[in-house]
Design a binder for this molecule. Structure first.
Ligand code: ATP
Ligand code: MG
Length: 681
């Protein structure tokens, strides 16, 4: 038992050993918060607490599986593993058991954001879909039902959004679908309306832990309160300086007011950072000190001074990405594992030029959270087929694939089928498979009838095979529906066919590993994959700052350090949240941190002149950058290379603001150029 706690410092140990009553561990980045609750879980189990009585919640599947692995490696294998998952996964498991109490069936399918937008678009084509989608999300996360939303709406636009919300929700119920927000909202609803259920669930999960608590929203807080109905053994860890989901409704008050919400809260602060060098931490601390609404914490590095934070200054995004690619290449050539390197950006649009640079340099990278694998068209097609087979109510998926591959079934035919099915209160698939053939042939044209008949037949054969054996089903799936053949005939088909193969392989793998997994189970599993789950390790990672939360990399680059890009300026800009994002980004670095800034960037179709990010100054780095320049500074006689003017010789060096101005002789032409725009040769 002591061995488990040995790896912790005294404060961490104090937190890990606190068993009964609420506890808040509030500490800066890299201070071992995640390590502490992981160890606490192992410690609880080592005391003989039943794993079934614990619940540990996180924000990503990757974090959950890493924590599970670490906790279990500290103790003898328990009879069964403790439940350690994301909030959404918990909701999913809960609804599988209890959704019938809401009059719904438990073979529901979870839809993703892309599906959600398509459904909204079917309902309304006028309002921007993204706006409606996020407003519906906001309603759900504030526990506002459609009827309430309609009653509350005052402006015409909001009346319309509330009405779309109502139709959308009805559509989900009819098609037996649930969206991400429902996973939490319906769970909360069940716990609220059923006192006995609330009591028994709370009795079961007697020890609850939450990582990254600063990013919980109102709904998650209410859910936690319900889960703690019969006890207050809630252990939360977080960092107010890392709250970066304000735009998604995360409420920083949840962490700041935790001690007021739960009586007798023990508060533990951790003040040693075990991740980053002093130089990196100094810069991150200086930056975050510019925020006013913060608790203020101390964070002392234990890693030694380390190398100064480096600044790359480039004229444009191409030069920037080439510089970064060169630096990465050097690291890899010197033996650094690619998985230890990452590049972050504030907005996803910046990944394009970066990717081009990495491609030019032949560096393999993993883009975390771009177009996700499961959101590619061909994969969504395959998933839609699987969904129809798992859930015959799913009209949404049915309509997606009825004519893919092409079966000569046009919109008019689909409209006809939809109308007839609606009159009989049947889903499209049910209608087509249950209606007598004579009746169907009267409704449809001869060609459409023949082709639909074949389609339904194929689906039924697949369904029968699935009842016999999932493996056998998988083997015949693609040839029955013809997706690979369809995509192979398209111009960019190669990659799509490879993607489909990867998807089928993944399915087979999961079934092999969990022979009892149903098709339903598989579909739900993949619908909850999060961005970070894609990190494989043998390539460098590139991702947004949001996606990097909780992770750490030995060598880190952050690009786009300019006003407008980081901080991202514009309507509704919250400078303090931008600064917290800056803090999160910088504190992912263990040994080296490089921040990159350009003079102009091509964005949204035009080139724009940019100012350096205020964060560079606030973090005390522009000075630092100059000292680097000075030590590697230019002197009269040096040979230098400029992108446009080629090679020249330095004639004179003088200061120019924060940079140096060089007078250079380019084959007889003398020019004044800032030192950051040339390279030594
Ligand atoms: P973040 O705020 O970014 O989520 P965190 O506070 O959760 O960070 P961890 O990820 O738990 O921090 O820990 C950061 C690093 O420090 C990890 O590599 C971890 O193994 C190491 N670490 C934490 N505590 C100790 C300790 N007492 N001794 C040695 N290493 C430690
Ligand atoms: Mg953490």
């Amino acid at each position: 038992m002591d061995k488990i706690l040995d790896q912790l410092n005294p404060e961490q140990r104090e937190a890990a050993c606190h068993i009964d009553g609420p506890i808040l561990i509030l500490a800066g980045a890299g201070s071992g918060k995640t390590k502490t609750i992981t160890t606490r879980l192992a410690y609880l189990l080592s005391l003989g607490i039943d794993p079934a009585n614990t619940l540990t919640l996180t924000f990503t599947n990757k974090a959950a599986s890493e924590m599970r692995e670490r906790a279990l490696s500290m103790i003898d294998n328990p009879v069964y593993p403790p439940l350690l998952c994301t909030f959404h996964k918990f909701g999913l498991l809960f609804l599988k058991f209890h959704i019938e109490k809401l009059g719904r069936k438990n073979d529901f399918v979870v839809i993703d954001t892309d599906d959600k937008k398509r459904i909204i678009k079917q309902i309304d084509k006028e309002l921007p879909t993204a706006l409606v989608a996020s407003e519906i999300s906001r309603y759900k996360n504030s526990l506002i039902h459609p009827a309430q939303a309609i009653a509350q709406a005052e402006q015409p636009q909001y009346k319309k959004i509330a009405a779309i919300y109502q139709t959308y929700q009805e559509y989900l119920v009819e098609n037996n679908l649930v969206d991400f927000d429902d996973l939490l909202m319906l769970t909360h609803e069940l716990l609220e309306m059923d006192e006995d259920l609330r009591k028994s669930v709370s009795d079961r999960y007697r020890y609850i832990m939450v990582d990254e608590y600063q990013d919980t929203n109102e709904l998650q807080l209410q859910l936690l309160k319900k889960l703690c109905d019969s006890h207050t053994n809630l252990c939360v860890v977080g960092d107010d300086d890392q709250s970066i989901y304000g735009w998604r409704g995360a409420n920083i008050k949840n962490i700041l007011e935790f001690p007021n919400m739960f009586d007798d809260t023990k508060v533990v602060k951790l003040e040693h950072n075990y991740r980053s060098t002093e130089e990196i931490l100094k810069a991150a601390n200086l930056l975050i000190q510019h925020n006013r609404s913060r608790l203020g914490k101390t964070l002392i590095s234990t890693k030694g001074k380390g190398k100064p934070v480096e600044i790359f200054q480039s004229s444009d995004e191409n030069e920037e990405s080439d510089k970064i690619a060169r630096a990465i290449k050097q690291l890899i050539d010197s033996g650094v594992a690619a998985g230890e390197i990452a590049v972050l950006y504030r907005i996803n649009a910046l990944s394009r030029s970066l990717e081009e640079g990495l491609n030019r340099a032949g560096i393999a990278y993993q883009l975390v959270g771009g177009v996700r694998f499961y959101e590619r068209a061909e994969i969504k097609d395959a998933i839609s087929y699987l969904r129809i087979i798992a859930n015959s109510h799913d009209d949404f998926s049915f309509k997606r694939v009825i004519n893919r591959p092409k079966r000569g079934i046009g919109k008019a035919t689909i409209d006809k089928i939809e109308k007839a099915a609606y009159e009989k209160h049947l889903s499209l698939y049910q209608f087509l498979s249950e209606t007598p053939k004579t009746e169907l042939s009267k409704l449809l044209s001869k060609k459409a009838y023949a082709s639909i008949n074949r389609f339904i037949n194929d689906l039924e054969i697949l369904q029968e095979t699935l009842e016999r054996s999932t493996m056998e089903f998988m083997e015949m799936f693609d040839s029955a529906i013809g997706l690979k053949a369809h995509y192979a005939s398209l111009p960019d088909g190669m990659e799509r066919v490879l993607n489909l193969d990867e998807f089928y392989g993944l399915f087979r793998d999961m079934i092999k590993k969990n022979p009892d997994m149903s098709l339903d189970g598989f579909l739900n599993e993949i619908s909850l994959q999060s961005d970070q789950d894609q990190i494989k390790g043998e390539q460098i990672s590139i991702m947004s700052v949001h996606a990097s939360k909780g992770l750490e990399f030995t060598h880190l680059f952050v690009i786009g350090m300019e006003e407008e890009f980081f901080p991202l300026l514009g309507d509704g800009c919250d400078m303090e949240e931008e600064r917290r994002l800056g803090y999160v980004a910088m504190t992912r670095a263990k040994e080296t941190l490089t921040l990159s800034t350009v003079q102009s960037r091509f964005h949204k179709g035009r080139r724009k002149q940019l100012e350096k990010s205020r964060f560079l100054t606030e973090a005390g780095l522009l000075q630092g950058a100059l000292s680097i320049e000075k030590s590697t500074g230019y002197k009269k006689g040096d040979l230098v290379k400029h992108k446009l003017f080629g090679i020249g010789r330095v004639l004179e060096v003088s200061r120019a603001g924060r940079d140096y101005k060089l007078k250079i002789n380019f084959g007889g032409n003398r020019r004044d150029i800032l030192s950051s725009f040339v390279e030594k040769v």
